[in-house]
Write a protein that binds this ligand. Structure first.
Ligand code: ASP
Length: 303
């Protein structure tokens, strides 16, 4: 039996356009399962990194200086092996660089210029990750700030909250024959100080995979780091909670510990059970079970 769950981030639109890319990502993940769980998780995330719709890869939000700096990670639940990149620039697939870190270096996390140089020396072609839409969003926010005008924008998307095209971090969890993996990728938070790193490349914070369960998170990275939420989900499932209960409990705990922290979580466990919860306006998820897409799975929204 196999399960692929893909999320498009908190505050991401659930409109058809977004759902279709998420579905394509879940199908790509499933198609790669034969090669391995890491292949499945990586391929699913790559589809989302290529889309300008999501805050990852080509759709990444810009930092304070108008540049894209991305975080990504991948984890094998069976071996506990982890690979990540932080504040990497100019690559189209940070998740694939994270996988190279996992498989071909003695390290678990490469950051900044070192991560970018590593990717370029390994054959990744330099790309401009700034999509026209995100450049426009950044320019508008900067111009308003210069004029002393405030504009309410989402820290996740850089867009006004009622924007027709919100977007955010992406993630994937995969279950296959009792084994688990997770991957995640993000442009981080809009207007962040250059060098800021979120929860996505921190194991136990925004991502975790063990023989027990696989978790991918999205939302206010600082809150996920301080609460080690992905690790908390793992501990709850280990205690016997259903992944749905674990996701809900972890979201409630996040809200208690960091007032106002917005987030979303997807989880799959070693028995092939799964769950998802969030406290944002929307959190689109595509679920594929045994090769068939399920239209009826909707993450539980908590207040
Ligand atoms: N967690 C990501 C970060 O803080 C952003 C997000 O998922 O919304 O970098």
């Amino acid at each position: 039996m196999s399960i692929v769950i893909v999320h498009g981030g908190v505050e991401t639109s659930s409109s058809l356009q977004f759902r279709e890319v998420l579905r394509a990502a879940a199908l790509a993940g499933h198609g790669a399962l034969e090669a391995g769980l890491l292949d499945a998780a990586e391929e699913a995330v790559k589809i989302l990194e290529e889309s300008p719709l999501f805050n990852a890869g080509y759709g990444s939000v810009l930092n304070r200086d108008g540049d894209v700096e991305m975080d990504a990670s991948i984890m094998d639940g069976t071996t506990g092996k982890f690979g990540a990149v932080a504040a990497i620039r100019s690559v189209s697939h940070p998740v694939s660089v994270a996988r190279l870190v996992l498989e071909e270096t003695p390290h678990v996390l490469l950051a900044g210029q070192g991560a970018t140089d590593f990717a370029l020396t390994r054959g990744f072609l330099p790309v401009d990750s700034r999509s026209p839409g995100m450049v426009e969003t950044w320019q508008r926010a900067r111009d308003r700030a210069k004029q002393g005008l405030s504009q309410e924008t989402s820290p996740f998307t850089g867009l006004p909250p009622d924007s027709a095209k919100p977007c955010d971090t992406v993630g994937c969890v995969v279950f296959h024959d009792g084994r688990l993996a997770a991957a995640s990728s993000t442009g981080g938070s809009f207007m962040k100080i250059p060098g800021r790193v979120g929860d996505t490349p921190i194991p136990g914070a925004g991502i975790f995979a063990s023989p027990n369960c696989a978790t991918a998170c999205t939302g206010l990275g600082e809150a996920f780091i301080e609460t080690l939420t992905a690790n908390y989900v793992d501990s709850l499932v280990k205690k016997g909670l259903h992944p749905q209960e674990a996701a809900e409990k972890a979201m409630a705990r996040l809200g208690e510990r960091r007032a106002g922290a917005v987030g979303g979580i997807i989880v799959a466990d070693h028995q092939g059970r799964f769950g998802a919860a969030h406290n944002s306006r929307s959190f689109p998820v595509a679920l594929l079970v045994k090769g068939g897409l399920s239209e009826s799975f909707i993450p539980r929204k908590l207040n």
